[in-house]
Design a protein around this ligand. Structure first.
Ligand SMILES: Cc1ncc(COP(=O)(O)O)c(C=O)c1O
Length: 423
């Protein structure tokens, strides 16, 4: 939990200033208690169903995060051989891993490496290649249920004009091609997008998958994907996860039990976003055309969501801030100044306060001076996992806080790392 004690932000029971002194900035910090809270919310909401939660590790692939998920009984959704490799390192056994394909190469398919991993196929062309390579893995079909949703066009993954899934019109042919070769289609899958606030589209997609399932005799799983949102902005409602669980149970439970099927959900963001804080230091204050700009020692190389999607991340002064500045208890009237917050990369788009069309916005925060720490909140999902080496800035370290306990879970990169493997 984030709270202010005597003006300093605390994560778990640890002060942000102590963390910055010990590990430097920029720094990713995850609060294990919040991850556990989210895990429990997922388990509770769907507990009436024959249900198995999976974790979409693309949201945050740190081994320590994966360890929490595995320990809580989650399976792992992977999307590349690299993710499979990390999942195995984290102790997930092959029968607890799904590999969801997207334009994978033959090398990718060969690199799966274990016949127990479910291959969740994205197109007819991938089925052909699996047959040509004579892979014997259980097959699931990713269906484009024609219902898409999400916080930004780039993360809507079903409906027209997206690269994902087998169209409803083709799905019967896909089943026949796979099963005529002696393989079994053990799963149907639909992931319709990310950052979805409303259960409406999720439930509609579930209905389509349920309808379709009657044509598949060998099913063991129905995987309804991820997509559950978190409230990034002050005043935004929590996703009604218990309503989602109740409605899913109402429409799916009977069919699942009658056919001895297990429902899977594979959330990423919902499990980890709120646990994460990116801590950075204020390096400059600049006034331009009457507007204050605050510069920090990180950029879109470490947290790309504001720059890429115009996504909102709540920002607080962690060195000398107030409870009124926290998202959960935000009081705009109590904040001192309107600022633009920008990073240290050589690009004008390196701004943390912008809208989805790239327009620079201001943010009202507690007064800030050079050397203060700024916390970018709710950065645990698609933060580090989307980080890049742009401008040859080092990837930040990651720390897990659990009450009083603090553990370094990934070291800061070194300059030598930047040239490793280069000739
Ligand atoms: C196939 C698949 N499953 C699950 C997820 C997780 O989505 P979210 O983090 O919105 O729950 C994604 C994200 O893109 C995905 O592509």
């Amino acid at each position: 939990m984030l709270e202010f004690i005597k003006g300093t932000l605390h994560i778990g029971n640890v002060s942000a200033t102590d963390l910055a002194k010990r590990f430097g900035t920029p720094l990713y910090i995850y609060d294990a208690e919040i991850i556990r809270r989210q895990i429990e919310r997922v388990k509770r909401a769907f507990s009436a169903l024959p249900f198995r939660p999976f974790y979409a590790m693309k949201a945050n692939g740190a081994l320590s995060v994966l360890d929490l998920m595995r320990g809580a009984g989650f399976g792992c959704d992977t999307v590349s051989p690299g993710e499979i490799f990390i999942a195995r390192k984290a102790g997930f056994t092959p029968d607890n891993i799904w590999f969801t394909c997207s334009n994978v190469s033959d090398d990718d398919l060969r690199a799966i490496g274990d016949e127990r991993i479910v291959i969740n196929v994205n197109s007819m062309s991938e089925i052909d290649r699996i047959l040509a390579l004579d892979l014997r893995n259980p097959i699931a079909l990713r269906v484009n249920t024609d219902i898409g949703a999400g916080h930004h066009a780039d993360v809507v993954t079903a409906g027209g004009g997206v690269k994902f899934g087998i169209d409803l019109a083709e799905i019967e042919s896909a089943r026949m091609i796979a099963e005529d070769s002696g393989r079994k289609v053990v799963g149907l899958h639909a992931h319709i997008g990310s950052g979805i606030d409303d259960i409406g589209p999720l439930i509609e997609s579930v209905r389509r998958l349920l309808d379709l399932s009657t044509d598949f005799p060998n099913l063991r799983w129905l995987n309804f994907g991820g997509g559950i949102s978190v409230p990034y902005e002050p005043g935004k409602a929590e996703f009604p996860i218990d309503d989602y669980g109740a409605e899913l149970t109402r429409i799916a439970d009977r069919l699942l039990r009658a056919r001895d099927l297990t429902a899977i959900l594979e959330p990423g963001r919902y499990l980890v976003a709120e646990s994460g804080t990116l801590l950075a230091q204020v390096t400059s204050r600049r006034i331009s055309r009457g507007q204050w700009w605050i510069g920090v020692d990180t950029g879109f190389n470490h947290l790309v969501r504001p720059s890429k999607y115009g996504a909102y991340h709540h920002i607080v002064n962690a060195t000398s801030g107030s409870p009124a500045s926290l998202r959960q208890t935000f009081d705009l009237g109590a904040m001192a100044e309107d600022v633009v917050v920008a990073g240290n990369l050589c690009e004008s788009g390196d701004v943390f306060t912008r809208d989805e069309h790239g327009k620079t916005l201001t943010r009202r925060i507690d007064r800030t001076k050079i050397g203060d720490l700024l916390a970018f909140c709710d950065a645990g999902a698609y933060g580090f996992s989307m980080a890049s080496l742009y401008n040859a800035r080092l990837l930040p370290p990651e720390v897990m806080v659990d009450g009083d306990d603090v553990r370094l879970i990934r070291e800061r990169q070194t300059y030598e790392d930047l040239v490793k493997g280069m000739r």
